[in-house]
Design a protein around this ligand. Structure first.
Ligand code: SAJ
Length: 443
């Protein structure tokens, strides 16, 4: 289908780390783009050409400048923006409840109500949010039809094109990653012509349900892979082996008869926990989709193992303190890394938040450091002074550059402790310098 950007209006619902870059890229491609968000502050920032997204995003500032000069992107809180849109892209959050691990889809439903009440015949709507299998059929289509009085497939088209973005690589991901596009053949053909204006990756057409399962499933798969690495770390601790050497040797073996490098096994990294906006949530979206139909085993178990790792860090600390009869209540402990991953400022679902819940009631003096998080940016030299133990939670480059000898000097305690959640420090060097060292999978 031929789409002339100059004559086509796109509305983007939700201007977060998914919607805002998408809006920019379609605007740069020449479309008239109107972004809709509830957050007035974000709207003001975008309309004056500022960047509402925290953290380093290569190319984003330049893209904002290009679009600002073209003047074809506007942000608003008014849902009337949907009225004459030819395409509407929905990129709102789909969190799961901390206690029930179930999604409420409040933001999605509210967006769909507003969109349904304002759409015109002939519009195509693409849901980019990650959703539980069955959501397109059970929630998205019914709300849009009820609110608009239109019939999906006849009066408007509806597709599911799940986002595949990683903070810190947003534009690169949108431009280059392959996409899954679920919907009827007519709808996906139209949507594909639209997405090809900004996506160089392959666009795989399928149905709604398959697209829903693919996105939630690919992240559940990653969570299971990480959980396997974490359980291997627990095996190695119990048996007195070094999981990092075990991992190296496992990954140095190809499947029988294989010669391709990608055939090497890919045991993931054990660590202090699994955070972020996707991996801790998407497995629960997958299981929610099959609720009452099957009793999943591996996916919930992987979540439990990964969720346990911050507790395990706390247990390793307890073991080390007991070894030197240092009461935790009288200890000064520094936590290195508040962000959920190395060299990121993103703190969503950070494993450190779980660790702090275990540390808080002990009475210990807790100091948090993170070079990427405003409130925890203090200089390391001051933070490490007269500290009994350091717990490494995120492998920021700054920590990898630390010299064990210097750390010992600054900590100025007889038997300092290192609890290494990301295999950043060299265990032998640490022990030689007089540290008590406990690494995940290498104690
Ligand atoms: N982690 C481990 N061990 C590993 C890998 C990660 O403990 O071997 C931890 C990290 O420290 C972090 C968490 O898991 O706390 C998540 O890390 P991640 O690298 O998966 O980062 P995310 O959350 O940004 O993952 C996203 C996902 N992309 C989407 O949902 C679209 C994921 O599917 C991608 O595989 C990942 O980006 C990527 O590598 O691109």
């Amino acid at each position: 289908m031929k789409i002339d950007p100059k004559l086509t209006k796109i509305a983007v619902c939700g201007l977060g780390y998914v919607g805002f870059p998408i809006a920019l890229l379609f605007a740069r491609a020449g479309f008239v783009v109107i972004g809709v968000d509830l957050n007035e502050q974000k709207i003001r920032l975008i309309n004056r050409g500022s960047n509402p997204i925290e953290g380093k995003e290569p190319g984003l500032k330049e893209l904002i400048r290009q679009v600002q000069s073209k003047g074809n992107l506007e942000a608003t809180s008014s849902t009337a923006a949907y009225q004459d849109a030819d395409f509407i892209i929905v990129a709102v959050e789909t969190p799961v409840d901390e206690k029930t691990n179930e999604p409420g889809f409040e933001a999605l439903k509210s967006a769909l109500f507003s969109i349904g009440q304002n759409i015109k015949k002939g519009v195509l709507i693409s849901i980019e949010s990650t959703i539980a299998p069955g959501t397109m059929k059970k929630i998205v289509q019914p709300i849009l039809e009820q609110q608009s009085g239109l019939v999906e497939g006849k009066d408007f088209d509806l597709v599911h094109c799940p986002e595949r973005l990683m903070p810190g690589h947003l534009l690169e991901n949108i431009n280059n990653y392959n996409r899954v596009l679920g919907g009827s053949s007519k709808a996906t053909a139209i949507a594909k012509s639209l997405y090809q204006k900004i996506v160089k990756g392959q666009i795989d057409q399928t149905d709604w349900l398959t697209a829903e399962i693919v996105k939630a499933g690919e992240n559940a798969y990653r969570d299971v892979q990480i959980a396997f690495a974490n359980e291997m770390a627990l095996f190695c601790e119990a048996l007195g082996a070094n999981v990092w050497e075990v991992r190296r040797l496992i990954n140095n073996c190809r499947r029988r008869g294989e010669t391709r490098p990608e055939a090497l096994r890919q045991m993931h990294f054990p660590g202090a926990g699994v955070g972020g906006h996707c991996i801790p949530k998407d497995p629960w979206l997958l299981t929610f989709g099959a609720k009452g139909l099957i009793e999943p085993q591996i996916v919930p178990l992987a979540r439990r193992i990964n969720k346990f790792m911050p507790r395990h860090m706390f247990d390793l600390l307890g073991q080390a303190l007991r070894e030197i009869d240092q009461p935790i209540a009288k200890s000064k402990i520094v936590v290195l890394g508040y962000a959920y991953a190395g060299n990121s400022d993103d703190c969503r679902n950070s494993p450190t938040e779980d660790l702090l819940k275990y540390l808080a009631p002990t009475g210990a003096e807790i100091i948090i450091h993170d070079p990427y998080v405003k409130e925890y940016k203090k200089p390391l030299q001051t933070v490490l002074k007269s500290v009994h133990a350091l717990i490494l939670m995120a492998d920021h480059d700054q920590y990898k550059k630390l010299k064990i000898k210097n750390i010992k000097k600054i900590m100025r305690v007889k038997k300092p402790i290192i609890i290494d959640g990301r295999n950043v420090f060299d265990k032998q060097k640490a022990i030689k310098e007089g540290f008590i060292y406990r690494g995940v999978g290498n104690i």
